[in-house]
Design a protein around this ligand. Structure first.
Ligand SMILES: *Cc1c(COP(=O)(O)O)cnc(C)c1O
Length: 414
């Protein structure tokens, strides 16, 4: 008896759906920035009232920066804080700077200390108690050949343009650089860095970061990109900025116009949780995309924030709707003051295992461990190559089925 192909296909379709039923069951309950739009609008009004600002001020990134919340008393008017929590924040803040833009503060849950936005931006005592973290685990001190460059790879390098950020992430890998004062890299060091690139024709990719590259003025960004465009061997420019997440107001039309004059430009940003994908954040990334900028996301795997396969999958799906391509998930480094965020490597591998095949390939980032002492980004992958024989290999599919696969290549004619 012939089997009906349609019947087989339908049975398989049901099987496929069942294989993601666990995700389908929970995804509706994962909070995203867009889902809580109404709530955010109300909190924004409250914060504006508190800071004596209006709608125009809110849209102005300079107002957002000038009005960053960095004292406990103002914060306590936005969040429910116990006396103990207030003391803790004040105490830790003496060692590790904190500051939150009014916008980013508006996505914090006022009552829930487990809020992923709060955990990324508000200090807790663990930062001080950290006894295992190192201040510079990547030995960045030894990778600066000239100007304010970090060079660790053959054909690309970083120019550190500022130490300033719109918000100081509690999990920052460069906590040691985030002093009490904002330091823009002086012009002569930028010039020296550009000179180095000019003199090294193997450098085809220049990354402007810091700190946050979009903390620079539009004019300085335009100048830097113009100088890099004059160097024939610089094929692409990349910029690192978390402003689409923490200060989406920074993505102005003027900035987009500048970037679009210097294509190809890629921006890598840093969303860690679907809650950060608010309407404002998505409008910012879509504006960049319209300007022709390629946008990637580098998240950090953070204990109790996103070390959950469903949350991470939802994050990656949300990113794609915002025209952002998930690029890297970084394993949290052992940086002093941040070790409470570190997860086991198995958790990262499980996240990837639950993505490949189960969701769009375009939504799957590469999971990276930074090798000790700056020995470079090292990809961590679930194992799909099971074994290698002489003319065959054994592979494991996304559904955990094992196959033998011929490993042969026809001889080429002499
Ligand atoms: C991460 C990094 C880069 C960029 O690496 P990609 O894998 O190309 O994104 C370049 N230089 C340094 C020093 C880096 O740390």
């Amino acid at each position: 008896m012939n089997k009906d192909p349609k019947q087989i296909a339908n049975k398989r379709a049901q099987e496929l759906k069942d294989s993601i039923q666990d995700y389908l069951d929970v995804q509706e309950n994962i909070v995203t920035g867009e889902k809580i739009k109404g709530e955010l609008a109300r909190r924004k009004e409250r914060i504006l009232e508190l800071l004596n600002g209006d709608e125009q001020d809110w849209k102005d990134w300079k107002w957002q920066l000038q009005n960053r919340i960095n004292d406990v008393n103002t914060l306590a008017k936005i969040l429910n804080l116990s006396e103990e929590e207030k003391k803790e924040i004040e105490y830790v803040g003496e060692n590790y700077r904190w500051a939150v833009s009014p916008y980013y503060a508006s996505i914090m849950d006022p009552v829930d200390p487990e809020c992923p936005i709060r955990k990324q931006s508000i200090p807790i005592a663990h930062e001080i108690k950290d006894e295992i973290g190192k201040s510079d685990p990547m030995a960045e001190e030894y990778t600066n050949p000239s100007g304010n460059i970090t060079r660790r790879y053959p054909d690309r390098l970083i120019i550190n343009v500022t130490n300033q950020c719109a918000m100081y992430c509690r999990h920052c890998q460069r906590k040691r650089n985030i002093g009490e004062v904002d330091k823009q890299t002086p012009r002569h060091l930028l010039e020296e860095s550009i000179e180095y690139v000019k003199n090294h024709p193997e450098i085809r990719d220049v990354l402007l970061t810091g700190g946050d590259a979009f903390m620079l003025s539009d004019d300085t960004i335009d100048w830097l990109l113009t100088e890099l465009d004059k160097i024939p061997h610089v094929e692409i420019k990349r910029m690192g900025s978390r402003t689409p997440v923490t200060l989406p107001q920074r993505i102005t039309q003027n900035l987009c116009d500048i970037l679009s004059r210097h294509l190809p430009v890629y921006v890598n940003t840093h969303f860690n949780h679907p809650k950060e994908l608010t309407e404002e954040a998505k409008n910012a990334t879509k504006k960049l995309a319209k300007a022709g900028v390629g946008i990637g996301n580098q998240s950090v795997l953070l204990n109790t924030i996103n070390n959950d396969p469903h949350v991470m999958k939802k994050l990656c799906h949300e990113l794609l709707t915002a025209m952002v391509r998930p690029y890297y998930i970084f394993h949290a480094k052992c940086v002093k003051g941040t070790s409470h965020f570190i997860t086991r490597v198995e958790e990262g591998l499980e996240i990837l295992e639950k993505m490949r095949g189960y969701t769009s390939g375009i939504s799957i980032p590469t999971y990276i461990i930074n090798a000790p002492d700056g020995h470079g980004k090292t990809p961590m992958l679930p194992e799909y190559l099971v074994s290698q024989g002489k003319d065959t290999i054994k592979i494991r599919t996304w559904e955990n089925k094992i196959f033998e696969y011929p490993n042969i290549a026809p001889k080429q004619k002499e």
